[in-house]
Write a protein that binds this ligand. Structure first.
Ligand code: NAP
Length: 439
């Protein structure tokens, strides 16, 4: 790609959004200015800033910068080469300023995964038309440089699978349930107290934030346009302490994974809680950390981990994108020009060969477990482990929480058994089914 507006002089930037990430970017540019200038042989100058509330106390020094009341004016300003969007939100002002900046010939850098997941194809096409860069390293996994890794270092590999822990809030909740033997609600409260979860946590715990990031990773990995809408999304709300403990007893941990894999008939993308071996690298990722595993046909398997959010790590990724602009990068925004990308094709395969973990409440009467194991045997499902958990909070005098780990079988067989058990009135409520991921 040739950019007409290649930057050969010092770089002038405008920053809209001075929250967690915006403050981090300003602090990084100020604190490391000497190092940055030495490496780039260029000066990065902040020519304008904008946020909602001018009088707000900030965790950074903005005294010497020109304040723009209206971020759209900053996006159009002739003073800047690069517009940095750190406001957030899928639509609204974030989308408007991004579009305006691109149409005004500016390079744009954003950390906004919701916007890229939903409007990335349109915005990238617009950027290519205007010969500008639209960069979003910070939109996936905070400080982890996975976008550049896929776009550049691994670009010659054919990738078959990419998966990872893409949401720090969920990972904190799950690992704290595991390490402190507390339930989901208590763990969520603790995450909120520590500032790791929002007051309304549904976006994170429901798996949507991880899905936004996964849609971007799929596109970079498989050379397909971004397709957030085809992701199957399950959150972690259903995970109980019983599940965490039963997994542990069987040599597993539970992690919310975003997985995208190439199948014969297309690509399958899903976000769901999974059991992973407690000996795997991914199971050792605790707390708010993120990790991503990429499987390439020449490089083999690579795992990259680190802080997936936070002011400083995310700022590090934003500034990495500033370096790309300053170095006149000619790498396409998604690793190849968008008109050369294939449209996303969802796989038609629905048969999933896996081991499964199942938890159900069965009547506390003789023979109820035997009935379940018989149904399993009737559908050729053999069991790797079965436990009746007597200490679970779901246990009552009438029902017991029973956990099962199957050998490899199909989702279809598992669903047939569970339908049969439900029809026979042998189970209370809906069983919890969790896939065991081979990691
Ligand atoms: N936080 C993270 O760790 C993290 C990690 C990766 C990616 N991201 C992404 O980075 C982006 C920013 O996140 P954040 O955590 O920094 O958000 P934040 O703390 O909520 O900050 C948002 C900023 O946008 C400003 N703003 C809101 N509405 C505006 C408007 N109409 N015009 C101008 N400015 C407006 C706010 O102004 P006031 O300050 O005056 O209210 C605030 O400075 C989001 O897209 C987020 O998904 C965040």
């Amino acid at each position: 790609m040739n950019h007409d507006n290649n930057v050969t002089k010092d770089l002038n930037i405008g920053i809209a959004g001075l929250g967690n990430v915006g403050e981090g970017v300003i602090n990084l540019l100020q604190e490391n200015s000497e190092l940055i200038e030495k490496k780039l042989q260029k000066k990065i100058t902040i020519k304008g800033i904008s946020a909602k509330n001018k009088g707000k106390q900030r965790n950074c020094n903005i005294d010497s910068y020109t304040w723009y009341e209206n971020p759209l004016e900053l996006a159009r300003s002739k003073e800047i080469d690069v517009f940095i969007e750190l406001i957030g939100g899928e639509d609204g002002i974030a989308l408007e300023v991004t579009q305006t900046a691109i149409e005004s010939g500016k390079h744009v850098i954003t950390a906004n995964k919701a916007m890229i997941a939903n409007h990335g194809n349109f915005l990238i096409e617009l950027a290519e038309k205007n010969k500008t860069l639209l960069l979003f390293e910070a939109a996936v996994a905070g400080g982890i440089p996975i976008v550049k890794l896929l776009k550049e270092s691994l670009s010659s590999n054919s990738i078959t699978k990419i998966y990872g822990i893409l949401n720090g809030t969920c990972n904190y909740i799950l690992s704290s349930m595991e390490n402190n033997s507390i339930g989901f609600d208590a763990s969520l409260k603790e995450a909120q107290r520590l500032g790791y979860a929002e007051a309304d946590p549904s976006f994170d715990v429901g798996g949507f934030d991880a899905a936004h990031k996964l849609s971007i990773l799929s596109s970079l990995a498989f050379g397909t346009t971004i397709d957030f809408s085809s992701i199957h999304i399950e959150g972690i709300e259903k995970i109980s302490l019983d599940d965490i403990q039963a997994a542990k007893e069987n040599g597993y941990k539970i992690r919310l994974l975003g997985i995208s894999e190439k199948k014969l008939s297309g690509i399958r993308q899903y976000v769901e809680p999974c059991l992973v071996s407690d000996k795997s690298l991914i199971s050792s990722i605790d707390g708010v950390n993120n990790a991503i595993v990429v499987d390439g046909n020449f490089v083999g398997e690579i795992t990259i981990s680190g802080l997936g959010a936070g002011s400083n790590p995310t700022a590090s990724s934003v500034v990495a994108d500033i370096f790309d602009v300053a170095n006149n990068s000619t790498v396409s925004n998604l690793g190849m020009p968008i008109h050369r990308m294939k449209d996303f094709k969802i796989t038609e395969e629905v048969i999933d060969n896996n081991q499964y973990y199942i938890r159900m409440l069965l009547p506390n009467i003789a023979g109820s477990i035997a009935n379940v194991t018989k149904s399993m045997a009737d559908h050729n499902i053999s069991l790797s482990a079965i436990n009746q958990r007597s200490d679970g909070k779901n246990n009552t005098n009438d029902y017991a929480s029973v956990t099962i780990v199957t050998d490899v079988t199909t989702n279809i067989s598992v669903n047939k058994v569970l339908d049969q058990i439900a029809k026979n009135g042998q189970v209370k409520g809906l069983p919890t089914i969790i896939k065991i991921q081979q990691t």
